[in-house]
Each structure stands twice: as structure tokens, then as C-alpha cells.
Design a binder for this molecule. Structure first.
Ligand SMILES: NC(=O)N[C@@H](O)C(=O)O
Length: 280
């Protein structure tokens, strides 16, 4: 299933994309694509529905982030060897964990705002993992059973705030609109192998990132198991699993986003995001 949320920011309704690509309203069935609605039991009930019985949504509404009420927005840094190299950093021996503010989350096609004092706003296409059930001390073998589904994330990053303004990466990762998620949450039964997904990101039609989750250093199961040794994970938590090479910081000369730019990014089977870059 492809689950989504549509409507005005903060007032999104749950929906699904049917086999014909039509948007169907799920608000008579679940209150949101969030929390307990992401459990295996709830997803099994949704799967049993005949989409043709759900109301069709008129027009072409805005898509919101494909998961609501996100409790934790956790990111894994330097999880692709080539990206670690282009960042001038060593490939870590254990997953590097950092957070993005949940307020940074926005819809997949919403405008991305360049913060007022930013000179180094950068892009990062990443595989997002949405947790479906309470997860604590899970083994690597069982970890994927705790996944509700997968989605595209753009882990926007202000490199000066992140790397040269003291303290943690969180400052450069949490600016408003720095976390587009979606267009949809593809449930895990429809993703045959999360370690075999092609991914790309273009700015103004130029392809900067062209990678695959095949080259992830710590795979999704390892990441979930590892995180769960330090904190419990809850339904609706989002884990962004790191970016392949090709970010702006790694270009010669370094290349950063500016108002008027257009980004397009996607992951095979998980959909495409398109963002206009605007001044904040
Ligand atoms: N350099 C940097 O910020 N990297 C990450 O966010 C990442 O590896 O995904």
C-alpha cells in the first residue's frame, strides 16, 4: 500500500494511492497515518479494504508528510563510504546518530526555505524508515519486522551551521522545511529489499546524486537494532538512513542551494519529491 496525507499544512487527512494512481480518502477508516495506525494489525485491515469503496479525492491537493505525529526524527550520518570521503570524514565504526527537529518536517513538494543567514544550504536524498511498533533491544534478525514502511526523505543541511558553528549537527539539520518526507509511505510488504533501491537527486535538472541503498555501510536492520539499544522506538518514528555521494559540499567548487533552484529526488518504488527553493 501507498499511504499518504493530503490537505493544508497541519490539517492533513489520511489517504491512499490506489492501483490506478488515484487518491482515495481514508479518513472514514483511520484518523491519521500515524501512531497505532501503523501497526501490523491496522495495516492488515487497511490491506483488506477494497480501495474502490473509498471516496475519491477531487483535484490535485497538496501532499503533506506521509506520516503524522512523528515523535522522533533520527538520522544516520556518514552511512555511505563515498559520502564520508566527500565530507572529509572517516567511515564510522558504529552508526553516527543525530536528530532533526520534527518541526523541520514538511510535505514532499512544499517549498524549501533558505534560512536568513545561510550561505551553505545543501541537499541529501535518503531512504526513510517508518517504525510500526514499540522497539527496544531488538535483534538485527527481527528488526525489519518493526518497520511499517519506507519513504523518501530530503535531509536538507546547512553546512556552516552544522560544521562551523560549534556544538552538534542538529543546528544545521533542523531549519524549518529542512525535512520533506513522502510522497507516500510504502508499506514494507511492497518493498522486496530495502538494500536494493536506486536513488537520485537533481538540482535544476543536473543529477548530483545517483546511488543505491546497496552501498549503505550499516544496513537498515543493523541501524534499527543499534538504535534500539540506546532508546526505544515508537510507531511513527522516522529514521533517515544516510545519503549517498553527490551533495553540494562534495562538489568542486562547492555548490549550494539558492532561491529559485528546483530540486527533484526519488527512490525506486517510493516516489518522487519536487521542491522549489525560496528565501526564508
Ligand atoms: N555530512 C553529513 O551531514 N552527512 C549526513 O547527513 C549523511 O551522511 O547522511
Amino acid at each position: 500500500m501507498k499511504l499518504l496525507r493530503y490537505g493544508a499544512p497541519g490539517a492533513e487527512k489520511p489517504g491512499l494511492l490506489d492501483q490506478d494512481g488515484a487518491l482515495r480518502d481514508l479518513s472514514g477508516v483511520i484518523s491519521d497515518v500515524a501512531g497505532e495506525a501503523l501497526s501490523d494489525e491496522s495495516l492488515a485491515k487497511l490491506r483488506d479494504l477494497d480501495p474502490a469503496t473509498l471516496p475519491l479525492v477531487d483535484g490535485d491537493p497538496r501532499l503533506g508528510p506521509c506520516v503524522g505525529q512523528v515523535g522522533k526524527f533520527i538520522c544516520i550520518g556518514l552511512n555511505y563510504a563515498d559520502h564520508a570521503a566527500e565530507s572529509g570524514m572517516a567511515l564510522p565504526e558504529e552508526p553516527v546518530i543525530f536528530f532533526k527537529a520534527t518541526l523541520a518536517i514538511c510535505g514532499p513538494n512544499d517549498d524549501v526555505e533558505i534560512p536568513r543567514t545561510s550561505v551553505k544550504s545543501d541537499w541529501e536524498v535518503e531512504l526513510g524508515v517508518v517504525i510500526g511498533k514499540h522497539t527496544k533491544y531488538v535483534s538485527k534478525e527481527d528488526a525489519l519486522d518493526h518497520v511499517a514502511g519506507y519513504c523518501v526523505v530530503n535531509d536538507l543541511s546547512e553546512r556552516d551551521f552544522q560544521l562551523h558553528r560549534s556544538g552538534q549537527w542538529v543546528k544545521g539539520k533542523s531549519c524549518d522545511t529542512f525535512g520533506p518526507i513522502g510522497p507516500w509511505l510504502v508499506t514494507r510488504d511492497e518493498v522486496a529489499d530495502p538494500q536494493d533501491l536506486a536513488m537520485y537527486l537533481e538540482v535544476n535538472g543536473h543529477r548530483y546524486q545517483d546511488g543505491s541503498t546497496q552501498t549503505m555501510h550499516f544496513d537498515v536492520a543493523t541501524v534499527i537494532s543499534h538504535l534500539s539499544q540506546f532508546m526505544s522506538l515508537q510507531p511513527g518514528d522516522v529514521i533517515s538512513t544516510g545519503t549517498p555521494p553527490g551533495v553540494g559540499m562534495g562538489q568542486t567548487p562547492e555548490t549550494y542551494l539558492k532561491p529559485g533552484d528546483k530540486m527533484e529526488l526519488g527512490i525506486a518504488g517510493l516516489g518522487v519529491q519536487k521542491q522549489n527553493v525560496v528565501a526564508g
